[in-house]
Design a protein around this ligand. Structure first.
Ligand code: NAD
Length: 268
């Protein structure tokens, strides 16, 4: 199932039963009913949920930094070759993120966590906006841009300075520090098993703001589906997942998530 312009939802108007607007209301109602009756809910988010906070997504035209693609910078090989260049990109990203505020999409998920006895937020984002919106149980698949990790002794520590005074930063042991994020080609670690367990146990999986092309995160929705969960996607664009979910709602997470989780019994 898929549908078109979600902005029609908020306007009081007569709708024909075969119109796209009627369909989106029907799909939204269905999605709200599933959410309302579920006790075990998981949300999976990607860069798109922070787009309305002013943080460019990775694959949008505004996501380009200088002439580099993120995929060319976010690798252990790129860091080994030119740590200063990679750090310049992260320093720029940290500066953009530091100015951003959580948006209604982040806040709706924090409210959903408070309303549901068993709720897990799995995010691919490293920006920290979910915590700032009030989410508490978060599985960060790709790490945290506000932490550093020593490339030699493995120590990791928080650092929120923007811009950084010296690039690349160093650990107390003298080795170069790296951002506390997971790069392409690196394993996700223990968090992956927790994420997989959470989606297998979920009754409803909400997938918001991800292009669903980066693995293994992109496999969480198919895993949830095969374990019997209802999967609801929120994205203004069609993704490789769209044809395989139960409901695909087209629109920005900052508009649709509050509509989806707000003002219903059992929901915030
Ligand atoms: P993405 O940029 O690939 O996709 C963003 C998605 O959000 C798109 O499908 C887009 O249509 C959608 N979107 C845009 N605006 C939206 C809105 N307002 N509401 C809802 N959706 C919206 O981001 P992704 O899917 O998160 O990418 C996967 C992961 O790849 C990233 O989360 C990141 O962890 C990883 N990655 C990491 C690095 C790194 O530096 N470590 C670099 C590149 C990618």
């Amino acid at each position: 199932m898929s549908c078109s312009d979600p902005r029609m939802l908020s306007r009081g108007m007569f709708l024909y039963s075969n119109s796209p607007e009627y369909n989106i209301i029907r799909f939204m109602e269905q999605a709200r009913n599933w959410l309302q009756s579920a006790t075990s809910v998981v949300a999976l988010t990607g860069a798109g949920i922070s787009a309305e906070s002013g943080i460019p997504t990775f694959r949008s035209p505004g996501g380009l930094w200088k002439q580099y693609k993120p995929e060319e910078l976010a690798t252990p090989q790129a860091f080994a070759k030119d740590p200063r260049l990679v750090w310049e990109w992260y320093d720029w990203r940290r500066t953009v993120i530091a100015k951003a505020e959580p948006n209604p999409g982040h806040r709706a998920l924090a409210e959903l966590e408070r309303a549901k006895p068993n709720f897990t937020l799995i995010t691919q984002n490293v920006d920290g906006l979910h915590e700032r919106a009030g989410s508490r149980r978060i599985l960060k698949l790709h790490g945290d841009i506000w932490r550093f990790k020593c490339s030699d002794c493995g120590r990791d520590w928080p650092d929120r300075r923007t811009p950084l005074p010296k690039l690349p930063p160093h650990c107390g042991c003298g080795a170069i520090a790296r951002p506390g994020v997971v790069w392409f080609g690196e394993p996700l670690g223990e968090v992956w098993a927790e994420a997989e367990h959470a989606v297998r146990e979920s009754e409803v999986l909400l997938v918001a703001g991800t292009s669903a092309v980066v693995y293994p995160a992109a496999s969480l929705a198919p895993i949830a589906k095969s374990a019997g969960a209802r999967v609801i996607e929120i994205n203004p664009e069609e993704t490789p997942l769209s044809g395989h979910v139960d409901i695909s709602l087209r629109g920005p997470a900052g508009e649709l998530l509050p509509q989806l989780v707000g003002h219903a019994p059992g929901l915030p």
